[in-house]
Design a binder for this molecule. Structure first.
Ligand code: ASP
Ligand code: MG
Length: 409
């Protein structure tokens, strides 16, 4: 008998009919002899609707009260799903986060889970119930309701799976797994049977929005096997685990991309100690996250160019901030471009292989795509290119690395 934690997202429970379909699915898993804990999101659109109501009361609703409000979305779903299960003769018990002691810190609207006391859940499982838990919410040590930040139900599911030492945490969503790249850009994209936590983290932080990043981190930390599957179709989905020694490892697992990039350059800044800090300090103080950073050698020994990328939403603010410091530094000019994108190859297999980056550059060159910036890590090569080359670049790389073909061990 396996213990499985399943999570169904907002779309999967978006209508009464879909909740009924989820109940049927849960019963099939139960009938196979599994013990089940089910975490649900609010019905799709509900959290946004609640945020809208709050906005009608105040420009800046009290964070504590916002959590009281938002938690009702998930509370509705646990009750409805449990009713649907009970009607089908499957005993179920629904619980809010507080009721199953999902203890968090007191940071309202973005709380972090500290501890879960799994006794109540275990007792119900022993009694033969399906346990249905509200995602996205917890309680602080003073009894206040907290929420975990948008998309937080994934984290609830993984945390419960870790606390219960579940055999698997299954995330049911509207796609049937993790793909080699976005199928909307490359129709030949292939569903991966498995991917490592490390790769998944890279894919998620680079814009593949299948799973919440925090949930993947959590699963990696506690070694919870995580599976992404479709709510609407049967299938194996994608399993996210640690690297399996015995398995043939693909060089590249996927191509991630991010359209929300912008870059800024200060031209002709003095080549002296402390300059990087003088430039990026004010950017950090303005709460702007910086991604890639490039500083060139000073050809004349005196001045150099300094380039970095930020989220496109922060571009204007970053430009203003940089213009100010550049003036103080005596830089020649500040230039920027917010029509750029980042394309990244991700794969743990590249650790032990040379030549991945050069194949990437060759492929892009053949398509006449100019590379503006490059950065690498152990399991990733990223390039910044003009926005208009995104689709072409992704498709060319997908083909060059034969990602449409499964590796045969
Ligand atoms: N209902 C919350 C949201 O929409 C949490 C979740 O769906 O995971 O962000
Ligand atoms: Mg969601």
């Amino acid at each position: 008998m396996a213990l499985i934690v399943q999570k169904y997202g907002g779309t999967s429970v978006g209508t009464p009919e879909r909740i009924q379909a989820v109940a049927e699915k849960i019963m099939r898993y139960r009938d196979q002899g599994n013990r089940l804990v089910v975490v649900v999101s609010a019905m799709s659109g509900e959290t946004d609707r609640l945020l809208g109501l709050a906005a009608a009361m105040s420009d800046r609703p009290a964070p504590r009260e916002l959590d009281v409000l938002l938690a009702t979305g998930e509370q509705t779903t646990i009750a409805l799903l449990s009713m649907a299960l009970e009607t089908r003769g499957c005993t179920a018990r629904s619980y809010t986060g507080a009721q199953v002691h999902i203890l968090t810190d007191a940071a309202h609207n973005k709380a972090r889970i500290r501890e879960i006391d799994a006794k109540r859940v275990t007792k119900d499982l022993d009694d033969g119930h399906v346990v249905v838990v509200a995602g996205f919410q917890g309680v602080d040590d003073r009894g206040n309701i907290t929420t975990l930040g948008r998309g937080g139900s994934d984290t609830t599911a993984v945390a419960l799976a870790a606390a219960l030492k579940a055999d698997e945490c299954q995330i049911f969503t509207d796609v049937d797994g993790v793909y080699t790249t976005d199928p909307r850009v490359e129709p030949d994209a292939r569903r991966l049977e498995r991917i490592t936590f490390e790769e998944m983290l890279e894919m998620a932080s680079l814009g593949s929005k299948v799973l919440q990043i925090r949930a993947v981190e959590f699963a990696g930390k506690y070694n919870v096997p995580l599976r992404v599957l479709s709510s609407f179709e049967d299938g194996e989905g994608t399993l996210i685990t640690y690297e399996d020694e015995g398995m043939e490892q693909a060089l590249i697992s996927g191509i991630a991309f991010n359209r929300d990039e912008a870059k800024l350059t200060a031209l002709g800044v003095p080549d002296q100690p402390g300059i990087a800090h003088l430039i990026l300090g004010p950017i950090a103080n303005a709460n702007i996250e910086v991604d890639m950073i490039i500083q060139n050698m000073a050809p004349d020994g005196k001045t150099t160019d300094f380039t970095f990328t930020v989220h496109r939403n922060d571009y204007r603010r970053a430009l203003e901030t940089l213009q100010k410091v550049a003036g103080d530094l005596g830089a020649k000019q500040v230039v920027g471009d917010d029509r750029i994108v980042k394309i990244s190859l991700v794969g743990v297999g590249m650790r032990s292989h040379a030549g991945i980056a050069s194949t990437m550059f060759e492929t892009l060159a053949k398509e006449g795509i100019n590379i503006r910036m490059i950065s690498t890590s152990e399991i990733k090569v990223s390039v910044v290119v003009d926005e208009k080359y995104l689709e072409l670049g992704v498709r060319a790389l997908h083909e060059a690395f034969q990602l449409d073909q499964a590796i045969t061990a």
